[in-house]
Design a protein around this ligand. Structure first.
Ligand code: SF4
Length: 63
């Protein structure tokens, strides 16, 4: 599974970073960095929470 970011929709609020810090980081300029793409079974729940928590629906999981 892979994590996908629609950077057009992302507003850099950083909610994803607080929910799944191994995957997402908002830098000092307010830009989101995707730290890694591949999602293991053990990480899936964490990333699903970040996807659900993103207010702009910028995140998705490619299965
Ligand atoms: S929660 Fe959504 S809008 Fe906010 S930084 Fe993450 S992807 Fe972007």
């Amino acid at each position: 599974m892979k994590c996908v970011v629609d950077f057009e929709k992302c507003t850099g609020l950083g909610i994803c970073e607080s929910l799944a810090p191994e995957f997402f980081e908002v830098n000092d300029d307010g830009d989101l960095l995707l730290l890694k793409e591949d999602i293991t079974d053990a990480e899936l729940q964490e990333v699903e929470e970040a996807v659900a928590g993103c207010p702009t629906e910028a995140l998705s999981i490619e299965r």
